[in-house]
Structure formats: structure tokens, C-alpha cells
Write a protein that binds this ligand. Structure first.
Ligand code: ADP
Ligand code: MG
Length: 401
């Protein structure tokens, strides 16, 4: 895989696919405000390095799911502003991802300028299943620039025009972010220091079944919390009340518990649970044993004994991967489990510690942990999961050819 150092970018127009897909909320007077700029900040080093080396930097990125149509509320305008602040330069946003006006703007760029193309997913060809359609958009992108840098790790698991097709058409390299992400996940997959412990949580078991199956071949311990643990508790025959449950996955979870046992993987489930009457921070709450969830109650966080258990299992680890919050951390009464897992990772200074998953990475920041305390906070939720599943990622594979 070629890197930024392998490209002679001075005076060249360089298209960078970045992942700037940040969460937005409604601000004053109909504006949209960025609630977590982590992905923008993660993109800065590559963009800055290219601009400093005298490249004309053209950035392609998406925001949300506009489904192939221009949607004003999904304009990259707030992102362009934040990007400009962080880069300390003016970032011009184009009106459309490609087209005459966009091309004219790019042609007029000076060395070191940064232009952001409007939401690439406003163009239906970006995510088309049809290779010829994607190729037509990739041709338009390629015609505007001299080379391509892939730095949007959050999209490298997608076969999309600005991710894979454009790389086939131009001299290309991995940006610093994609390079680091790929190196970290390769290390974890192929040669983790042991004990290797994975903490899983989050909302849905079915999202992460592929990962669990693959992880059971490799990890020493698997700790399961969050909304997904209730399907495992149900598989053990426990009542889970109104907790998140995927009834159709219970059989699969039984199988995973058995596989873990056969392969000598320690599968650790919570032993106590913070339950509430309703999905609300103001609801009545109590702590019950994991096999004592009554009807009319729902599990919203792992309990204090589970926190002890989990942090103990993390203390001697040498590799820790965490994907998925241990509870509904967005509500302060159910954030303790997630915070404890994250803190245990920070406290273990001997281990390589990796956070994967968009909500988990957001939790680190929202709960006020020091990002520098982790070896790596991945910017790619889906991409990091597919990496851990052992799948080939098309946006990485194309850079290797
Ligand atoms: P990530 O983005 O890190 O991969 P997910 O998207 O799988 O994580 O899940 C994150 C969501 O899971 C969070 O919004 C969190 O509130 C929710 N969650 C965690 N525990 C529970 C629970 N016990 N019940 C319902 N939702 C939960
Ligand atoms: Mg998520």
C-alpha cells in the first residue's frame, strides 16, 4: 500500500476521500450544529500535510443518508466551516459534488488551497450497485484531479464511486488515517499481545454476530454488556423483562456460548444489572442480579458487581478492543458501566487499547475521558467491525493494487 510519502503532490490537484460524517443537531435559526467533531479532527493531519506540501486539496465526503438527492439539511456547509477553523484556512464548499461550476472552482485553486465538494451522496451514482453508474461519477471526479488519497476509514468497507472506483482511475495512496487504522486492526487480528480481551456492547446482537463468531477463534476473553447482553442472558434461560431482546437470536447465542466453552474462550456476562421501569433517565431504578430481572423492568446498564468483574478481566490484558457501550450512556443514570470499561482501558497502560464503533468513540468524549489514554480510537464503526470479522475491505484492497 503506497502512502502519502510516496506521492509527489506539490502543485498537484489531490482528491482526498475523507470521512466527515459527524452528528448534527438543530441549532438556532434553522442552522445545524456539529455535536461531535471527532471525525473532522481525525481527518486534519492528512489534509494539513497535503496542503503544507503545496497540493491543491479537493476533499470528497458524505453526510448522513441523502439517498442520492440534494437535501439542504445534509449540506456539508457546517463541516466546511469547522474544517476551515481546524485547518486555520478558508475552506470553499462547492454547490454540487461534480459539474461545470465545481470543475471551474477546482481549476482556479492555488497550491495549498482546500476545497470541499458538496455531499457526495447527493449524487445517486456514488452508492449505486451498478458499476457503470459508479464508474461514470468516478470518471468525473478523476477528470478534475491528478491523484487520489483514501483517508476515510469509515467508508473503506463500501464499494462506492469516491472510495473504490476513483482509486482504480488515478495514482493513489492511503492517507495517514487509513494507514494507521489498517495497521492497528491488522495487528489485533493477526498478532495480538495476550491476554487479548474484547468488550462488546451496544444495541443489537444481530449487528455483531459475525464479529463474535470470528472473535471466538482468536480472543482469550469476551465480555458482553449493553443491550446485546440480554439475548445472551435469555439464552442462559434467565428472564429479561422488558430489556432489549432479539428473540430470534436466542438459539444463535446458545450456540456461541457453547462454542466459547469448547474453544476455551472465557465468555463473561454481567452478574448484576441496573434496571429501570422505563427508557428514561427519570425512571425508578434498582440493581438486581442478572437472573433476577422481573417483568415490568428493563436492563439499562451493567451493575456495580459486573463493573468489578469486567474491570478485573481488563486489568491484566495486553490487548483490549472495545465495541459498543455497556449501557445507555446517553442518560447519566446508566452511564457508569460504559465509563468504567473506558476508564479500565485508560488505566491499563501496558495494553494496546482500541475503541471501535461510532457510539463507543462518542462515549469516550461525552463521558469526559482523555482520548490520549487510548492507543487508538477508530473513526470507522462498520469498517472496524468488518475488519474484526476478517472480511476483505474493498476500499483497502483497491489501495493494495
Ligand atoms: P457502536 O456505535 O459503538 O458500535 P451500537 O451502535 O451498537 O454501538 O450501540 C450503541 C447504542 O446502544 C447506544 O445508543 C446505547 O444507548 C445503546 N445501548 C446500550 N445498552 C443498552 C441497553 N441496555 N438497552 C438499550 N440500548 C442500549
Ligand atoms: Mg452505533
Amino acid at each position: 500500500m503506497l502512502t502519502l510519502d510516496d506521492l509527489d503532490v506539490t502543485g498537484k490537484r489531490v482528491l482526498v476521500r475523507a470521512d466527515l460524517n459527524v452528528p448534527l443537531a438543530d441549532g438556532p435559526d434553522g442552522t445545524r450544529v456539529i455535536t461531535d467533531d471527532g471525525r473532522i479532527r481525525a481527518s486534519i493531519p492528512t489534509l494539513k500535510s497535503l496542503a503544507d506540501r503545496g497540493a491543491k486539496v479537493v476533499v470528497a465526503a458524505h453526510l448522513g443518508r441523502p439517498k442520492g438527492q440534494p437535501k439542504p439539511e445534509l449540506s456539508l456547509a457546517p463541516v466546511a466551516d469547522r474544517l476551515g477553523e481546524l485547518l486555520g484556512t478558508n475552506v470553499t464548499l462547492t454547490n454540487a459534488p461534480t459539474g461545470e461550476d465545481t470543475k471551474a472552482l477546482v481549476d482556479a485553486m492555488e497550491d495549498g488551497d482546500v476545497v470541499l465538494l458538496e455531499n457526495i451522496r447527493f449524487d445517486p451514482r456514488e452508492a449505486s450497485k451498478d458499476a457503470a453508474e459508479r464508474g461514470a461519477l468516478a470518471d468525473e471526479l478523476a477528470a478534475m484531479v491528478d491523484m487520489f488519497v483514501s483517508d476515510g476509514f469509515g467508508v473503506v468497507h463500501r464499494k462506492q464511486a469516491s472510495v473504490t472506483d476513483v482509486a482504480e482511475r488515478l495514482p493513489h495512496a492511503a492517507g495517514g488515517l487509513v494507514l494507521k487504522e489498517a495497521q492497528v486492526f491488522r495487528k489485533v487480528l493477526s498478532d495480538p499481545d495476550r491476554p487479548y480481551v474484547v468488550v462488546l456492547g451496544g444495541a443489537k446482537v444481530s449487528d455483531k454476530l459475525g464479529v463474535i463468531t470470528n472473535l471466538l477463534k482468536n480472543v482469550d476473553r469476551l465480555l458482553i454488556g449493553g443491550g446485546m447482553c440480554y439475548t445472551f442472558l435469555a439464552a442462559k434461560g434467565y428472564n429479561v423483562g422488558n430489556s432489549l431482546l432479539e428473540a430470534d437470536q436466542i438459539g444463535i447465542c446458545e450456540g456461541l456460548i457453547a462454542t466459547a466453552q469448547e474453544s476455551g474462550v472465557e465468555l463473561v456476562l454481567p452478574v448484576d444489572i441496573v434496571v429501570g421501569r422505563e427508557f428514561s433517565n427519570d425512571t425508578e431504578i434498582k440493581v438486581v442480579p442478572a437472573d433476577g430481572i422481573e417483568d415490568g423492568w428493563m436492563g439499562l446498564d451493567i451493575g456495580p458487581e459486573s463493573i468489578e468483574l469486567f474491570t478485573g478481566k481488563l486489568a491484566d490484558a495486553r490487548t483490549i478492543v472495545w465495541n459498543g457501550p455497556a449501557g445507555v450512556f446517553e442518560m447519566s443514570n446508566f452511564a457508569a458501566g460504559t465509563k468504567a470499561v473506558a476508564q479500565a482501558m485508560v488505566d491499563n497502560t501496558e495494553a494496546m487499547t482500541v475503541v471501535g464503533g461510532g457510539d463507543s468513540a462518542a462515549a469516550v468524549r461525552i463521558l469526559g475521558l482523555d482520548e490520549a489514554g487510548f492507543s487508538h480510537i477508530s473513526t470507522g464503526g462498520g469498517a472496524s467491525l468488518e475488519f474484526l470479522e476478517g472480511k476483505e475491505l474493498p476500499g483497502i484492497a483497491v489501495l493494495e493494487s
